[in-house]
Write a protein that binds this ligand. Structure first.
Ligand code: SF4
Length: 358
């Protein structure tokens, strides 16, 4: 064990949070926690982890779930491809590996939704393989302490981080070491304003000594953010004494694939109802049935990592049923059934705000 990993694991013993995936080395539970925690804060992910394990305690039960059930359980976590891939991999493990998780890094890496980071986490924590995890936390810690001044998203910067990660790894207890460095990044060496005065590495940390904490890690590429304008049509009409509405499953390779939403007219810029109702997509949806605009929401901003969505909801009441209910991705439902479908958070939040009153 080198000096760095000794100090780090000692710090971890004293400061680690009590989390349910820390008391197991069951690969199913570790895999679940790692997938949930990608792009998700621990406090938010914790409840999901517990709900998933309670509903599907092993890979066999998860493999038997439907996509709709899994997406519904995942609702609110974002990056829904993680949930779809998870279900795919659960089936793969049951059918190709008789329910046994592969134990080595390279086989794990061949499974859908398992990238280098997750493969390293599972193989080290569950099977003691000396594979360092490299995620945002680890990159930040290593670049600051060891002064990686190349951009960490450049080829040379990535190589330096990888070399350091392998060099510093504790080969005796790789799982503990990996958890320790991630926890150190999450609790101590946080992205902005870390408390360097209280840090065990303050005397040897390059960034602290060179007053470069704010500058590291350095990145050369800025994330490009696309602006999108969503006009949701909340359509309703009365049939047999009940109010009906329409939701559609998103089928394209785009955000929220597999989730349900109100019929959508996407525009290139913000528009108003006067213009919207003459657009071909709207006319196609509304057909010839007479409608009244009951209410419309203000523009709501929904921010994803690469997209900023400006959404409006238009509530339209129709005098009779619409013609398009035969399209195969459309579901005609009663309004009170909405909550049993997996919905994007944007829509779920809106429904909560209006208390389900369509
Ligand atoms: S001294 Fe500051 S920048 Fe350096 S490792 Fe500690 S918390 Fe991070």
């Amino acid at each position: 064990m080198n000096d760095f990993s000794t100090q780090l694991t000692h710090w971890y013993d004293l400061h680690k949070r009590n989390l349910p995936w820390r008391i197991t080395n069951n690969p199913y539970a570790i895999w679940l926690s790692e997938i949930i925690l990608q792009q998700t804060r621990v406090d938010q992910g914790l409840a999901y982890f517990e709900r998933f394990l309670a509903e599907w305690p092993d890979v066999f039960s998860l493999a038997n779930a439907s996509e709709q059930e899994v997406l519904r359980m995942w609702q609110g976590l974002g990056y829904y491809s993680r949930a779809r891939n998870m279900l795919h991999t659960a089936k793969d493990i049951v059918f190709r590996y008789n329910g046994e998780f592969p134990s080595d890094y390279h086989t794990l890496l061949s499974l859908k939704g398992i990238g280098p980071y997750t493969a390293a986490a599972i193989s080290s924590i569950c099977f003691n393989e000396a594979c360092p995890v490299i995620d945002g936390n680890v990159i930040r810690v290593l670049s600051r302490i060891f002064g990686v001044t190349e951009a960490v998203d450049s080829a040379i910067g990535k190589k330096r981080i990888e070399e350091l990660a392998f060099l510093l790894m504790d080969n005796q207890e790789p799982g503990t070491y990996n958890q320790a460095i991630m926890e150190f990044g999450a609790l101590q060496c946080v992205p902005s304003s870390p408390d360097c005065e209280k840090c065990i590495f303050k005397d040897r940390c390059y960034a602290n000594q060179a007053q470069a904490v704010k500058l590291l890690p350095l990145k050369e590429k800025k994330t490009k953010v696309t602006l999108r304008y969503f006009n949701y049509l909340v359509l309703s009409w009365e049939a047999g004494g009940r109010y009906k509405t329409i939701i559609r499953k998103r089928l394209r390779d785009d955000i929220w694939k597999g989730l349900f939403e109100f019929p959508l007219v996407e525009t290139h810029e913000e528009t108003d109802f006067e213009r919207l109702q003459h657009l071909p997509d709207f006319v196609k949806l509304a057909g010839t049935t007479r409608f009244h605009l009951i209410k419309q929401s203000v523009t709501r901003k929904h921010i994803l990592s690469h997209q900023k969505i400006f959404a409006r909801f238009y509530h339209l009441h129709f005098d009779g049923p619409l013609d398009l209910v035969d399209e195969n991705n459309i579901s005609l439902i009663s309004q009170n059934e909405l909550q049993s479908y997996p919905l994007p958070r944007l829509i779920d939040r809106y429904l909560q705000e209006i208390d389900g009153n369509l």
